[in-house]
Design a protein around this ligand. Structure first.
Ligand code: SAH
Length: 255
C-alpha cells in the first residue's frame, strides 16, 4: 500500500476553527499523529483512526523530529489516509519542511491543508486589525527560538524594520524581548499586546508597552502566547497603563 500523508492545520485551539477539509480528512483518517497542543475534541473527530501523540510542547518531553518523519513514511506503507495534525497552520513555525523533505525523499504522496495560525486568532480575540490602512503596512512573523546548531535568529532586526511584529514562542522570554527590541531602536513606549490561549475559553489578553513588558515575565504566562508590538495597540496599551497606575495609587492610599 502507498498511502497519502496530509499535513493538516488544526487551528489555534478552538475545535470549531478547523477547516471543513481538515474535518473531512480526520473522519477518513486511518492514523493520526498529533501535536500535544491540539484540542482533544479535534483529535476525537478522527473517529476510527489510531491516534498517536507526538509531543511538541515547550519544556516537556517531545518526540524527536527525525523520528516523527520516519513514522510518517512508515505509516504510508501500511495505511491509506495518514494525518499529521499540527497546531495553527502547519507551514508557520511548524517544522513542516523537515517532514515534507522526508516524504519526498521516500516518494510518499503528501498534501498540506492550511489552518488558522495563532497570530490571526489572537487578533480576532483583540478585535484589532493586524494591518491598518495608512499606518501598519508590514508585519514580521518571528520567533526568538533558536534550535540546537542553528544560526542566530535575525528576529530583532525584522521586528525593528517592520511596522508591526507577531512574536511566536516568546512568552518565557518577555524580558529578553523587551531589552533586545529597545536596544535595536524601538521606543520603550512602543505598544504591546499579549494574547495567551487565543480562541480558547481560558484566553487572556494583556496590553502593555515594551518598557513595561519585563514585568509580565513575573506575571507568568502558562499557556501558549503571541506577543504583538505595533502602533495599532496604542490606545488600549495606554488605557491599561493608566488603569495600572490608578490601581497602584489606590493600593498605596489604602496602606
Ligand atoms: N504552527 C503554529 C505555531 C506553532 S509554534 C501556528 O501557526 O499557530 C507554537 C507557538 O504558537 C506558541 O509558542 C505560541 O507563540 C503560538 N500559539 C499557538 N497556539 C496559540 C494560542 N492558542 N494562543 C496564543 N498563541 C498560540
Amino acid at each position: 500500500m502507498s498511502g497519502t500523508v496530509y499535513l493538516v492545520g488544526a487551528g489555534p485551539g478552538a475545535p470549531d476553527l478547523l477547516t471543513l477539509r481538515a474535518a473531512r480528512l480526520l473522519e477518513r483518517a486511518d492514523i493520526v499523529f498529533h501535536d500535544a497542543l491540539v484540542h482533544p475534541h479535534t483529535v476525537a473527530l478522527a473517529v476510527h483512526a489510531i491516534k498517536v501523540p507526538v509531543g511538541k510542547r515547550c519544556g516537556r518531553h517531545s518526540t524527536a523530529q527525525q523520528f516523527i518523519s520516519k513514522r510518517l513514511v512508515d505509516a504510508a506503507a501500511t495505511h491509506e489516509v495518514i494525518v499529521r495534525l499540527k497546531g495553527g497552520d502547519p507551514m508557520l513555525f511548524g517544522r513542516a519542511q523537515e517532514e515534507i523533505e522526508a516524504l519526498e525523499a521516500a516518494g510518499v504522496r503528501f498534501e498540506v491543508v492550511p489552518g488558522v495560525t495563532a497570530a490571526l486568532a489572537a487578533c480576532a480575540e483583540l478585535g484589532i486589525s493586524l494591518t491598518q490602512r495608512g499606518s501598519v503596512r508590514s508585519v514580521a512573523f518571528v520567533t526568538p527560538r533558536v534550535g540546537d546548531g542553528n544560526t542566530q535568529s535575525t528576529w530583532v532586526e525584522s521586528v525593528a524594520a517592520a511596522d508591526s511584529g507577531a512574536i511566536y514562542m516568546g512568552a518565557g522570554e518577555a524580558e529578553a524581548i523587551s531589552v533586545a527590541l529597545i536596544a535595536a531602536g524601538k521606543s520603550p513606549s512602543t505598544p504591546v499586546a499579549v494574547v495567551e490561549n487565543a480562541s480558547l475559553a481560558e484566553s487572556r489578553i494583556i496590553f502593555s508597552t515594551l518598557g513595561a513588558l519585563p514585568r509580565l515575565a513575573g506575571n507568568s504566562l502558562s499557556g501558549p502566547a503571541v506577543i504583538f508590538v505595533g502602533p495599532q495597540f496604542r490606545a488600549r496599551a495606554r488605557a491599561a497603563l493608566l488603569a495600572d497606575e490608578r490601581s497602584g495609587a489606590t493600593a498605596r492610599s489604602a496602606r
